[in-house]
Design a protein around this ligand. Structure first.
Ligand code: ZN
Length: 153
């Protein structure tokens, strides 16, 4: 038998934000809030300055988000036939959906739970550059915290 899962709590404004490097432009920062290995899920918040964007990706599994600040243009936004989320806004992303540039025209922030990894794509040929799931997210986040600790020591 397995032990019951433990409660967890994160005070969102009490710690550092990590730069979300490699798969975004414009200074997006993030904080990992929770991972659930057996669910294959991970939950994070993202702080996205005006003009920032995420690189092209596929949601391998479904996800749910809450945009609590600003505006998010998905698949080019309404003007290009996509979706524009405005805070306070909730969205469900279906499994296997592909998102070319996700843009933030104004300072924005959102909370999201992902089931399964995000597959970031090479825009030239559509091949997968990296899968970012709970394990990769946790590894990067832990390395960031470790770095913070060493810098402070
Ligand atoms: Zn997406």
């Amino acid at each position: 038998m397995k032990p019951k899962a433990q409660d967890e709590y994160v005070q969102i404004d009490d710690g550092p934000w990590a730069p979300f490097e490699g798969f975004a432009t414009g200074g997006i920062k993030w904080r990992l809030l929770h991972v659930s290995p057996e669910m294959g899920s991970w939950t994070a918040i993202f702080d996205c300055p005006a003009g920032s964007s995420f690189a092209t990706h596929i949601h391998t599994g479904p996800g749910e988000y809450f945009l609590y600040k600003g505006k998010m243009d998905i698949r080019g936004g309404e003007a290009a036939g996509g979706e524009t989320a405005r805070a306070p806004g909730y969205g469900f992303e279906a499994s296997d959906v592909r998102h070319d540039r996700t843009n933030f025209p104004v300072d924005s922030a959102f909370y999201m739970t992902f089931l399964g990894p995000l597959a970031f794509l090479n825009e030239e040929d559509g091949s997968i550059i990296a899968n970012v799931g709970w394990a990769e997210a946790q590894q990067v986040w832990d390395a960031f915290l470790q770095e913070q600790k060493s810098a402070a020591a």
